[in-house]
Design a binder for this molecule. Structure first.
Ligand SMILES: CC(=O)N[C@@H]([C@@H](O)[C@H](O)[C@H](O)CO)[C@@H](O)CC(=O)C(=O)O
Length: 303
C-alpha cells in the first residue's frame, strides 16, 4: 500500500461538546469543515486530544461515525481505538473498519503495568480483528509504558503495522524507530514543540494536539522542512513554541484554552470534560494574547 497518504500534517481531532457537555454532532461537523478548509492531510480521531479517556464506548463510536460521514474521501482518517480493555478496543476497531477509516492506532494498555508480552498481545489482538493497517502509539508520559525499538521490530513482522506515532520527548526515539522501520514505515512526530527537530531526525509526518488551533503554521513548517529551509523552519517552530507554552500556562487545561481560541477563529466546539478544568476568568487576557501571537505568526510566515 502507498504510505504517502499518511504523510503531512495530521491534527489530533478534539472532543466537540454541546453546552451541556454532551458529544455534539453539529459541532463535530464544524471542526471537520474547518480542518478540511485549512488543507490538512488527515485527522487522528479519538486520541488524547479527543479526550477518549473520559468518554463512553458509545460516545467514541458516535464521534468516529460523525467524522467519517463528513471527511471520508476528503482526507486520511486514523481512528484511535485504545481503551482499558482489549474487548472494548476491538469493538471500536471493528466499528472504525465499517466506517472506512484508513488505519487504526492504539496506546498500550493503561493502569496496570503490564509486561511486553501482554502489550504485544493487546496490539496484536486489535490488529487481528480487522483488515485495517495499524499505527503503534508510544506515549510514555501518559501511559507509563515505553515502547522499545526491539518490541517495535517484533511488531513490524505483522504487515498490518505501518508505523508508530511517537510522543516521547527524546527525538532520538524517532531516529531509532526509523532506523528499525526504514522507508516502508511511517514515523509520526508526536511532541508539537519539536515538530521540526522530529522531522530532521527521521519523522515522515506529524500528528499533534495543537495543530488544529494553528494549522497554517504547521503546514508552513512542513513546507519549510520539505524545501530544506531549516533556518525558517527553526524560526516558525520557535514562534509555535511561544504559543504552546502560553497555552500550557493557562489556569484551565491546555485543551480548554485551545477550544476558546477556536471560538475566536469561528469554530465553537464547547469546552472540556471534567476532570479537565475549563478556562478561568483570569485566562481571558492570556487567551486574547495567544490569539494575537497566532495571527502575527500566520501573517509573518504565511501572508
Ligand atoms: C501528551 C500529549 O497530549 N501529546 C500530544 C502533543 O501533540 C501535545 O499536545 C503537544 O505537544 C503540546 O504539548 C500528542 O502527542 C498526542 C495527541 O495529540 C493525541 O493523541 O491526541
Amino acid at each position: 500500500m502507498t504510505l504517502t497518504k499518511f504523510h503531512g500534517i495530521i491534527p489530533a481531532f478534539y472532543a466537540c461538546y454541546d453546552d451541556q457537555g454532551n458529544i455534539s454532532e453539529s459541532r463535530t461537523h464544524a471542526l471537520c469543515d474547518y480542518l478540511f478548509e485549512k488543507g490538512v492531510q488527515g485527522v487522528y480521531v479519538g486520541g488524547s486530544s479527543g479526550e477518549c479517556i473520559y468518554q463512553s464506548l458509545d460516545e467514541r463510536k458516535a464521534v468516529l461515525s460523525y467524522v467519517a460521514s463528513n471527511l471520508k474521501g476528503k482526507m486520511t482518517l486514523i481512528a484511535h481505538v485504545g481503551a482499558p480493555s482489549t474487548r472494548d478496543s476491538i469493538e471500536l476497531a471493528k466499528h472504525a473498519a465499517t466506517l472506512g477509516y484508513d488505519a487504526l492506532s492504539a496506546i498500550p494498555p493503561i493502569y496496570f503495568k503490564l509486561p511486553d508480552s501482554a502489550v504485544y498481545k493487546y496490539w496484536s489482538e486489535i490488529m487481528e480483528a480487522t483488515p485495517l493497517s495499524f499505527i503503534i502509539y508510544n506515549i510514555p508520559q501518559t501511559t507509563g509504558y515505553t515502547l522499545t525499538p526491539s518490541l517495535f521490530e517484533k511488531l513490524l513482522a505483522n504487515k498490518k503495522v505501518i508505523g508508530v506515532k511517537n510522543s516521547s520527548m527524546p527525538t532520538m526515539d524517532i531516529e531509532r524507530f526509523k532506523r528499525v522501520g526504514g522507508k516502508d514505515v511511517v514515523v509520526f512526530n508526536g511532541p508539537d514543540e519539536q515538530y521540526v527537530a522530529g522531522r530532521i531526525m527521521g519523522a515522515d509526518a506529524g500528528i499533534g494536539g495543537t495543530y488544529a488551533v494553528m494549522p497554517e503554521l504547521f503546514l508552513q513548517a512542513n513546507e519549510f522542512v520539505k524545501a530544506g529551509k531549516f533556518e525558517e523552519a527553526g524560526q516558525i517552530q520557535s514562534d509555535i513554541n511561544d504559543i504552546i507554552i502560553a497555552l500550557c500556562s493557562l489556569k484551565g487545561a491546555m485543551y480548554a484554552g485551545i477550544k476558546e481560541i477556536l471560538k475566536l477563529r469561528g469554530v465553537n466546539i464547547g469546552s472540556v470534560r471534567a476532570p479537565l478544568e475549563a478556562v478561568a476568568a483570569e485566562d481571558a487576557g492570556p487567551i486574547a494574547d495567544i490569539m494575537k501571537l497566532i495571527d502575527q505568526a500566520i501573517e509573518r510566515y504565511c501572508g
